[in-house]
Ligand binder design. Structure first.
Ligand SMILES: NC(=O)c1ccc[n+]([C@@H]2O[C@H](COP(=O)([O-])OP(=O)(O)OC[C@H]3O[C@@H](n4cnc5c(N)ncnc54)[C@H](O)[C@@H]3O)[C@@H](O)[C@H]2O)c1
Length: 271
């Protein structure tokens, strides 16, 4: 059921790679709630072509941008305003990649060039997006920026590798820029800390399946799905959350606040 939460709003949605992507679900939900938006992803990701299908479904234009390139981001914000007919009201940062994770490098044996790339792509890109938008004054008053993150920023999940450090920086950028953008244009900046979700990025993390199952058994509500994440993100783009900013918001069925569950105790008892 649609509520018209985003009627009249314009936005930019990054990170839709395929129909499992969290950004893909956010795009469908934002469309359903009445928004118009542009879609963006790294030029290399476009080669897979799936995003064209989403663009058609959402009647959205695709503007390729490598989120590590300020030049690409300037083009993204400038073109998006042209295409959409004004400043944007919301931005989704749904971008993450670690060459160390991809190539199976352990945390105690990182390749530092790849480490820099992990941080640049997964965290500094949020600063670059925000700084670009700020300088171009591309986000409307009371606009909303949401970036997706994971709880490995607060607690150690050994398999999450250097992405944990990148997420800690991402959340810090949301707080720091949230202050400056709040003062400048009442724009809010938040991170949503999502449950493990079977996507390309998620499944790439070592031991994902086991961990997904563990989190499912720990969280009193179970794991939050990508569709449920989209529902939550849309509320953060809506006018009903205007005073929420600089927060890291857990969307994880209660996992982050649970010490141990009866289900997990039961599993241990069987051993
Ligand atoms: N899947 C999970 O378990 C999970 C849990 C919590 C948070 N997240 C976060 O959600 C976000 C979206 O990931 P997802 O799970 O939907 O996976 P996904 O693989 O579908 O999305 C990741 C996206 O990042 C894009 N990307 C990579 N490098 C880029 C670059 N240089 N410029 C622009 N875009 C680039 C990819 O093309 C892809 O579309 C990520 O920040 C991820 O860390 C995922």
């Amino acid at each position: 059921m649609a509520y018209g939460l985003l009627n009249g709003k314009r936005g930019i949605i990054s990170g839709a790679l395929d129909d499992k992507s969290i950004a893909w679900k956010v795009a469908l939900k934002a469309k359903e709630e009445g928004a118009i938006f542009t879609l963006t992803n790294a030029p290399i990701a476009m080669r897979m072509g799936a995003i064209n299908q989403l663009a058609e479904q959402c009647n959205a234009e695709i503007i390729p941008a490598d989120a590590t390139s300020v030049e690409d981001l300037e083009n993204l914000f400038t073109k998006s305003q042209e295409v959409l007919g004004g400043k944007v009201d919301f931005v989704l940062h749904s971008i993450g990649m670690s060459p160390n994770v991809r190539k199976g490098k352990a945390y105690a044996d990182l390749n530092y060039e790849w480490y820099k790339q992990s941080v640049d792509i997964s965290a500094m890109s949020l600063h670059k997006m925000l700084q670009t938008a700020y300088k171009l004054d591309a986000i409307s008053e009371w606009g909303s920026v949401v970036a997706l993150t994971y709880m490995a920023a607060q607690r150690t999940f050994p398999f999450y590798n250097d992405m944990a450090d990148a997420k800690a920086l991402l959340e810090s950028v949301a707080r720091s820029f949230g202050y400056h953008y709040g003062k400048y244009r009442n724009v809010r900046v938040n991170t949503v800390s999502q449950s493990p979700t079977p996507t390309k990025a998620g499944s790439g993390i070592g031991g994902f399946d086991k961990f997904f199952e563990f989190a499912e058994k720990m969280a009193p509500l179970g794991n939050a799905t990508a569709d449920q994440c989209a529902d939550y993100v849309v509320t953060l783009f809506s006018d009903f959350t205007r005073m929420v900013t600089m927060q890291n918001l857990f969307h994880d069925g209660g996992f982050s606040m649970t010490g141990i569950s009866e289900e997990v105790m039961g599993l241990l008892a069987k051993e």
